[in-house]
Design a protein around this ligand. Sequence first.
Ligand code: SF4
Length: 411
Amino acid sequence: MAVMAATLPLVTETSGGLRPPLAKPGILDVPTETLRVWLADRGQPPMRVNQIRRQVLANRATTFEEMSDLPKPLRAELAEAFSVFSTRVERHLIASDDTHKLVLRLADDRMIESVLIQDEGRATACISTQVGCGMGCVFCASGLNGVVRNLTSGEIVEQLVRLRNLVEFRIADFGLQIESQKTTGADSVNPQSAIRNPKSEMGRLTHIVVMGMGEPLANLENLLEALAVVGDKNGLGIGARHVTISTVGLPAKIRKLAESGKQYHLAVSLHAPNDELRTRIVPTNEKTGLDAILAAADEFFETTGRQVTYEYVVLGGLNDRPEHARQLAGLLAGRKAHVNLIPWNDVEGLPYRRPQDADLRNLIETLRKAGISVKVRKRKGSEIDAACGQLRRRAEQSSVISHQSSVISHQ
Ligand code: SF4
């Protein structure tokens, strides 16, 4: 489910232009055993594997040269064989409220989007899991050309590392650190020493939402591998309870996620209260059907004890009629569920419109009367949902243009 917020006005833009694909593998995607053997061939102990990874994940190293706990000759050899990041920042947009949107160019020249949302002391990363998407939701640009491939676990981790590296130290983050240290009984943080140390001036990610490009559960194996890396204390230290995984609803994969034994939060993108309408909005519903999705979500709750969130993009006149409100309430009544209503904002070129306030109110009241917890998700810009994937498409189109110009200029 692509729900990446991009706040307007965007005040800064940097653009990378077309670059050749990277020839060297990104270090985060090199399997542990491969790296261990590569190091052993150079007379280096296995502990170097963790040292190198810790440098990128925890110490924010962006070059091998910065990894000062490694011997200098080894740093040079690493730089010759690998790159620290396999992605390049193609575009970096910064909104007035400090929301960052990155278009990343992958090693095979494909592009993905990742977003950092900073709000009320939280720094939330919204990440992609696939290039393109096979689900074809009618309001989403990410799925226009179908799915191209799954992202590797290293590419997923890299998005998080890149976004984390953008989070600046703020008093609000600092407050969170003090709070968490109090609860664990650790020594309190000394603000002066934190500020003196340049690394500690950087803030940290507090939450992850897997709601970017792609269907996360269609790439579950790589996603779980990536989340295990970032959840580790030597990684980014983001626990499962701070991670939300969104899906249009793949029942077998929902069960598999529940069986992982982790406390990830599941968000199911519903968008309609009956199969006929849902299949019009989320075409893959035709194969699956609401009953199977809700049954799997119920099992997820039973297994994990974690309440499931249902996302509902409210499309004016399409899924916000009184009968839809009643059907939705009927569908979810009696379930331990929370509903996020996401009012659509008009987007040029798409035939959907913003819901009327009265229709939105009716949806909220009908759900609440049925005992269902409901929230209208705070909008951070008019591009929500449909914007996901559009920036990437624009970046790809401008790359094609610049590539063609360079071909012409070389003739
Ligand atoms: S097509 Fe649907 S599932 Fe895929 S990224 Fe877009 S909104 Fe998410």
